[in-house]
Structures are given as structure tokens and as C-alpha cells.
Design a protein around this ligand. Structure first.
Ligand SMILES: NC(=O)c1ccc[n+]([C@@H]2O[C@H](COP(=O)([O-])OP(=O)(O)OC[C@H]3O[C@@H](n4cnc5c(N)ncnc54)[C@H](OP(=O)(O)O)[C@@H]3O)[C@@H](O)[C@H]2O)c1
Length: 217
């Protein structure tokens, strides 16, 4: 797949890029600044697929799947600019709207319920799915180690959710789990705050595993 990551110069975007490139995908890191994107891409290197840099606009234009990986505060402006490029494409939100109060993470959702539902409201012509929120960038960037986690994906567009689940399963060590409709994004985004706070208490890199699924299949 050709994957464009909007805000791809950040740790989460770079972490996902390195894992997907290792699985053979072609990844374009997007940025407001093409030179910053190219620099970030060249520093990743060494993957089976490829990682290139471009403006966010170009990354969205040339990709089959567009991953939104910007701070929630930037989402509206970014989607306003990219709406024509994203429309009709599979769009995957990893955005978690969080506030940090006295060192603790707190879920700070918009009135629509979640960043993903807000994105869909803004660009309804895109085919939205959401997930990957509980995969910390630090774990993704340790490219030599498998990621020991389940990744929960949600969405109402069957093709978009299938693509998201495929991309999750392409990350070594990850099991992809269908978490239902896009409305579940509010729980996944909120769980990110919970996980950050657990990791702060335990000084750990913990993530989520869902148990008992094998018994039902
Ligand atoms: N970090 C994690 O472990 C993690 C885990 C799960 C989910 N997430 C979520 O994934 C998203 C990205 O996380 P991150 O840690 O990579 O975020 P980040 O470093 O704060 O931001 C990612 C990129 O967004 C761009 N950006 C920043 N402010 C912007 C603005 N006002 N307008 C347009 N673009 C802007 C920047 O790229 P340019 O300056 O190059 O344009 C930046 O490198 C966030 O929503 C976060 O909640 C993060």
C-alpha cells in the first residue's frame, strides 16, 4: 500500500512509518515543511519498503491510505486544507485528544465524542477508520523489537476498517482486533490517557491485550 502520514514527522508517525516500511509498504511522511519531512524520512532508513518525505498536501494526494497523525488542536486546520485530497480515500485517525493536567493525561474530547468522529464530520467524503492510539511511539520506534500488543480498530466503512486491520497486523507482534463502529473511537482515544497514566505510575511501556477471543472463534 502507499500510505501518506499527515504530521508524519512526529514520533507516532515516524514509528508507524518504520514498521509499515519494514512490512514492505511505501510510506510518505507528510509535514507542513517538505524539507523537514525529507530529513525525518532519511533518518529512518534501512527498511524493506520505502519512506519518503513530502508536504502534507502531496502525501495525501499520492497515497491510497491517508493516516491523520497530528495533535488534535491542529486537526480542523489540517483537514480544511486537505479535504479535497482525502475525499474518497481511506483515512485512518490515530489522533487522541488529550490534555495534561499536573502531569496526568486526561481525555479531552470534542462535542462530537471523539477526534475520529469530528474528522468524519469535517470530511464526510473520506472513508474513515480509527485505531493505533494505544501503540506508544517509543515502542514503534524500537524497530528491532516486536511490538507486544493488541491494536483495536474501529470504523463504519468496511473497506477502511479492513485496511486498518491489515496495516495493524503488518506490525510485527501486533494482533488486530475489530472494536466495532467509529463511535468506539471515543473509548480508544480515552484509553490512551489511561495507558499513559498507568505507564507513568509503573515507569513502564505497557499496552493492551484482550483475552478470551480465541475461545469464541
Ligand atoms: N506519541 C505517541 O506515543 C502517540 C501514541 C498514540 C497516539 N498518538 C496521537 O497521534 C498524534 C501524533 O502524535 P505525535 O506524538 O507524533 O504528535 P506531535 O509530535 O505533537 O505532532 C505530529 C506532527 O504534527 C505536526 N503539527 C504539529 N502542530 C501542528 C499544527 N498546529 N498544524 C499542523 N501540523 C502540526 C508536526 O509536523 P510538522 O511540523 O512537520 O508539520 C508534528 O511533527 C496525536 O494526535 C497523538 O495524540 C500519539
Amino acid at each position: 500500500m502507499k500510505i501518506g502520514i499527515i504530521g508524519g514527522t512526529g514520533p507516532e508517525g515516524r514509528g508507524l512509518a518504520v514498521r509499515w516500511a519494514a512490512a514492505g509498504h511505501h510510506v510518505v511522511l507528510g509535514s507542513r515543511d517538505a524539507a523537514r519531512a525529507s530529513d525525518a524520512a532519511s533518518r529512518l532508513g534501512g527498511a524493506e519498503g520505502s519512506v519518503k518525505g513530502a508536504t502534507n498536501l502531496e502525501a495525501a494526494r499520492i497515497s491510497d491510505v491517508v493516516v491523520l497523525s497530528v495533535p488534535f488542536g491542529a486537526q480542523t486546520a489540517v483537514l480544511t486544507e486537505l479535504s479535497p485530497q482525502i475525499s474518497g480515500k481511506i483515512a485512518l485517525s490515530v489522533v487522541a485528544p488529550l490534555a495534561f493536567v499536573a502531569g496526568r493525561a486526561r481525555f479531552a474530547p470534542p462535542p462530537t465524542g471523539s477526534a475520529a468522529e469530528d474528522a468524519r464530520l469535517q470530511v464526510p467524503a473520506a472513508r474513515w477508520a480509527a485505531g493505533f492510539h494505544t501503540l506508544p511511539a517509543g515502542d514503534l520506534l524500537r524497530a528491532g523489537d516486536p511490538v507486544d500488543a493488541d491494536v483495536l480498530l474501529c470504523g463504519d466503512d468496511a473497506d477502511a476498517k479492513r485496511a486498518a486491520m491489515t496495516l495493524a497486523g503488518d506490525i510485527r507482534g501486533v494482533r488486530a482486533i475489530d472494536a466495532g463502529s467509529l463511535e468506539s473511537a471515543r473509548y480508544l482515544e480515552a484509553a490512551t490517557a489511561l495507558l499513559i497514566n498507568i505507564n507513568r505510575i509503573y515507569k513502564s511501556h505497557a499496552s493492551f491485550r484482550i483475552t478470551g477471543l480465541e475461545k469464541s472463534t
